[in-house]
Design a protein around this ligand. Structure first.
Ligand code: PLP
Length: 404
């Protein structure tokens, strides 16, 4: 729908009217598009294809069930309580989160079993996580801890709040980013935790980001088995020392069917599988070595051609603020052949056509498979959930502005 059609349909005037009622403050956009065609949406907009998304959720849940492995999907990918609810309904034990606001938002949406996978060393953040653990005691909040000082901070806060907090030892299996070194340092940390009256050791976390995007299934499997082997050895050390090693949480979308078969891995922290992206599609899968198609790309950014003044190229309204460009791959146009996207600054993207391919015209709509799903979701306040061309629901994206 063009701007004239938009106004004629009454959408524009209803927004203006609502703004007047709210004393000049614009109402939250979104709900008024429920039931409409996605072509009516203002762009740039973030869309999820419900059929594909639902299939992805089911495929991962079925795999985990068949493999006898738990599932605690990472909500950093979507930051969306509605998606977390659907993952839980498909059998997930809970969700992982990367930040304190994500943890609070998921718990507020009654999502059980929230695991904070990132370290926190600021007293205020620690106090907030402890307060959350106290508030939702029945649905266990877990913290991954990788340093002796963090143990002290969390234990002190838990003591002050008179609550027992469940923790995992975060083991660095090769990323050299967060967590304790495997083996003896991790065992020492586990012993320190076990001595704390207000902490309860529940096991280990081991995320091997170094394995997740290795191209080629066999090479990826070898990398992941080597990395996760360090976690399994550490887990065995815990068990031999009489320490609780019930949970070993790890894995990624790229290694889900590798890690679920590793002895001792009890749950998968997979994130991107719900949406997929261009970066993941290129790594190749077990059955299809060219395209990683175990999961279908469900997340797209809808954009509009806003300028067409030059031969051979058009400008769309989706630039760095609409499509994350932190990876080397670019967004890929869906349903158009032979088009290439390149960033054209903060607000714009440049689309060119290969020889012989049709170039879109001013006002045309294009959908792009996103280069990297997590940071792209983080750019939007809401996801338009579409069944075919129809907007079926509007899902808020939460806790995305600050890492407070
Ligand atoms: C700690 C942790 N666990 C799990 C994941 C999920 O990985 P993916 O989105 O590749 O499935 C990530 C992603 O970066 C992560 O940082």
């Amino acid at each position: 729908m063009d701007r004239r059609g938009f106004l004629a349909a009454g959408l524009g005037s209803s927004l203006v009217g609502a703004a007047a009622v709210h004393g000049g403050e614009a109402p939250a956009l979104g709900e008024e598009y429920r039931g409409r065609d996605k072509a009516d949406l203002p762009t740039p907009a973030l869309l999820v294809d419900l059929d594909r998304f639902e299939r992805n959720v089911r495929t991962m849940a079925d795999h985990a069930r068949a493999a006898g492995c738990g599932l605690r999907p990472h909500a950093k990918t979507h930051k969306c309580p509605e998606i977390a609810r659907r993952q839980a309904a498909a059998g997930a034990l809970g969700v992982c989160v990367a930040t304190v606001p994500e943890a609070e938002a998921m718990a507020a949406a009654s999502i059980r079993g929230v695991l904070l996978t990132s370290p926190i060393v600021e007293r205020r953040k620690v106090a907030r996580m402890v307060a959350l653990a106290q508030k939702v005691q029945k649905s266990e909040v877990l913290l991954a801890i990788g340093h002796p000082r963090e143990v002290e901070l969390v234990n002190e806060a838990a003591e002050a709040a008179k609550v027992v907090v469940a923790v995992l030892v975060d083991v660095d299996v090769g990323d050299r980013r967060t967590g304790s070194l495997p083996g003896q340092p991790a065992l020492d940390l586990a012993r320190q935790i076990a001595r704390c009256r207000n902490l309860r050791l529940r096991g280990l976390q081991a995320y091997a980001g170094l394995a997740s995007h290795v191209p080629g299934f066999e090479r990826r499997a070898e990398t992941s088995r080597q990395a996760m082997g360090r976690a399994v050895e550490t887990r065995d050390l815990f068990a031999k020392s009489g320490l609780d090693a019930g949970i070993l949480s790890g894995g990624s979308t790229g290694t889900y069917n590798i890690d679920s078969a590793i002895r001792g891995v009890t749950e998968l922290q997979v994130g991107s599988y719900v949406f997929m992206d261009v970066d993941y599609r290129r790594i190749g899968g077990r059955t299809n070595p060219v395209v990683y198609d175990d999961f279908q790309p469900s997340l797209t950014v809808l954009a509009t051609v806003v300028s067409a003044a030059h031969a051979g190229r058009v400008t769309i309204d989706a630039g760095n603020k609409a499509l994350d460009t932190t990876v080397s791959v670019r967004g890929q146009a869906v349903a158009w052949q032979g088009l290439s996207y390149s960033p054209g600054g903060d607000e714009f993207g440049i689309v060119t056509a290969e020889k012989g391919a049709d170039l879109p015209r001013l006002g045309d709509r294009l959908e792009f498979m996103v280069p990297h799903c997590d940071p792209t979701t983080n750019l939007y306040d809401r996801i338009y959930a579409c069944r075919g061309n129809r907007v079926e629901a509007i899902w808020p994206v939460v806790a995305r502005r600050e890492r407070r």
